[in-house]
Design a protein around this ligand. Structure first.
Ligand code: NAP
Ligand code: GCO
Length: 265
């Protein structure tokens, strides 16, 4: 086997919402593998923050202001990317939000907002890049799913519904565009230490660990929270030419949570 197959040299990778967190870590790995990095954020201030992060990491990333829920904005941004950088070879649908609200207290609008970012936007972005991938004769689409693509838990009904849908959107893109040599797969991160999960890890007033933090440690065979860096190898693998026959697969990178009933209290 030619190990150069793991190289992303010459490839253009658009990681949505990758100013920091999981998306930024994936972008770092793709840059290290030789890819040209494109990222977006919702506003100038957030974009500048992202640019500073990439500069500090020594990565020349192309940043664009784009709200991924806005189809017109996504189409216009992609046009700019194709004019200024080139046709996208790899799309990572990373941008996402969560609202932790008990269902009976959640408004339909709040539910819609989560589904809009976590499910509708990946559809919008995939639909935008697929024509270019067909023209090029190849493409990789990687959707960032979740434990909640498989499991429910209190207060995250919208997020779980969206991430469950994203698992099936992944399989459907695979079904519809596999013959065009487009590989669409998902990554299902476990509980990862990023700003999104910071509320679940806050120290208690008495200095003790957050109850949810203790719960996740007991539920995870690796007995730790994941880090964004834990996702870098799997993300490079799914974006590389080593796995063109892996399609429609959700690769769970969860420290073993899905395989484990949990430690006896
Ligand atoms: P994060 O720290 O909250 O970062 C989310 C990113 O998405 C931010 O850069 C955010 O930009 C961007 N974003 C949100 N809405 C957007 C929109 N409408 N348009 C453009 N960008 C938008 O989250 P994370 O923990 O890195 O998670 C990244 C992905 O992994 C998400 O899809 C999340 O659901 C998924 N995930 C996370 C975990 C975990 O434990 N952390 C586990 C499984 C899956 P702003 O700064 O502008 O808000
Ligand atoms: C939550 C967490 C999770 C993680 C992740 C797990 O409130 O349960 O935020 O949803 O973000 O999705 O895979």
């Amino acid at each position: 086997m030619d190990m150069n197959a793991f190289s992303l040299k010459g490839k253009i990778a658009w990681i949505t919402g990758a100013s920091y967190g999981i998306g930024f870590a994936i972008a770092e790995a793709y840059a290290a593998a030789g890819a040209t990095i494109v990222f977006n954020d919702r506003g100038q201030e957030q974009l500048e923050r992202g640019r500073e992060n990439y500069k500090a990491a020594g990565i020349e990333a192309h940043g664009y202001i784009c709200d991924v829920t806005d189809e017109e904005a996504v189409q216009a941004t992609l046009k700019k990317i194709e004019e200024e950088v080139g046709t996208v070879d790899i799309l990572v649908n990373n941008a996402g939000i969560i609202k932790r609200i008990p269902m009976l207290e959640m408004t339909a609008e709040e539910f819609r907002q989560v589904v809009d970012v976590d499910l509708n936007a990946p559809f919008i972005c995939a639909k935008a890049v697929i024509p270019g991938m067909i023209r090029k004769g190849h493409g990789k689409i990687i959707n960032i799913c979740s434990m909640m693509s498989e499991l429910g838990r209190e207060t995250v009904s919208a997020y779980a519904a969206a991430k469950g849908g994203l698992k099936m959107l992944t399989r459907n893109i695979c079904a519809e565009y596999g013959e065009a040599n487009i590989q669409c797969n998902g990554i299902g991160p476990g509980y990862i230490a990023t700003p999104q999960t910071a509320p679940l890890r806050e120290r208690q007033p008495d200095g003790s660990r957050h109850p949810f933090d203790q719960f996740i440690i007991a539920k995870t065979p690796a007995a730790r929270w994941g880090t964004p860096e834990d996702l870098q190898g799997p993300a490079v693998f799914l974006a590389s030419d080593t796995r063109n026959f892996v399609k429609g697969h959700i690769l769970y990178v969860d420290g073993g949570i899905l395989a484990y009933i949990g430690k006896q209290p």
